[in-house]
Design a protein around this ligand. Structure first.
Ligand code: ADP
Ligand code: MG
Length: 211
């Protein structure tokens, strides 16, 4: 595949959506004209996924395994319908959450067996890994406060603080296990400083695509 899959990970309110938009704008100005950038997200990158997202974040109370399988179904559709075709066409894909979120939330957060999650991630992705993942890291309390100020909190955001602290710990373990792929970004400073950190990680990786 010719494109690049760049994933933005992190807890609630870390600034993933904000920074994806900033990177999109930055790439519009410095990318060679022959390349296309796409923004997408999980859950909800496809029309089917959008319905799954509504089920996941709404008022239902899925069991831990039902939740895991819904995320996997969303991912399977997203990989087949959007990610693989876009990467084959040579696009740079900016994706809000991917496989590491499932490990952090359903594995470390909910306590589901990590090997089971790895198997399910493999089934859903057919082996498609990110080229680079940026872990936007803020203390759980700060992220939750930001998410709260943004507006109505969804089902996951309403989970208790200890859950979100386990999720953060999960991302920390993942960053230690995959130092080549997963980059730690301190997401606590103001937005523009976080953007600068992200650009300095992305520049060398995207060098062949830039003007
Ligand atoms: N670096 C930052 N410092 C302070 N507030 C921020 C920062 N980045 C984003 N925000 C604000 O925090 C809230 C959550 O950001 P958002 O990008 O939606 O996070 P996420 O997508 O990771 O949940 C938004 O209101 C956003 O404007
Ligand atoms: Mg977001």
């Amino acid at each position: 595949m010719n494109g690049k899959l760049i994933v933005f990970e992190g807890g609630e309110g870390a600034g993933k959506t904000t920074q994806i938009e900033n990177v999109y704008r930055w790439l519009q100005s410095c990318l060679q004209v022959s390349y296309t950038v796409k923004i997408t997200r999980e859950p909800g990158g496809t029309a089917l996924g959008q319905e799954i997202r509504t089920l996941l974040l709404g008022n239902h109370t899925p069991s831990d395994r039902a939740e895991l399988l819904l995320y996997a179904a969303d991912r399977a559709q997203h990989v087949t319908q959007d990610l693989k075709p876009a990467l084959t066409q040579g696009c740079i894909v900016l994706c809000d959450r991917y496989t590491d979120s499932t490990i952090a939330y359903q594995g470390y957060g909910r306590g589901i067996d990590l090997q089971l999650i790895a198997q399910l991630n493999e089934i859903a992705t057919q082996g498609l890994e990110s080229d680079l993942t940026l872990w936007l890291d803020v203390p759980a309390e700060i992220g939750l406060l930001r998410a709260q100020n943004r507006g109505k909190r969804d089902r996951i955001e309403q989970a208790d603080l200890a859950f979100h602290q386990r999720v953060r710990q999960g991302f920390k373990f993942l960053a230690q296990q995959h130092p080549q792929r997963l980059h730690h970004i301190d997401a606590q400073p103001p937005e523009s400083q976080v953007h600068q950190q992200i650009c300095s990680v992305l520049k060398p990786v995207l060098q062949p695509y830039l003007k």
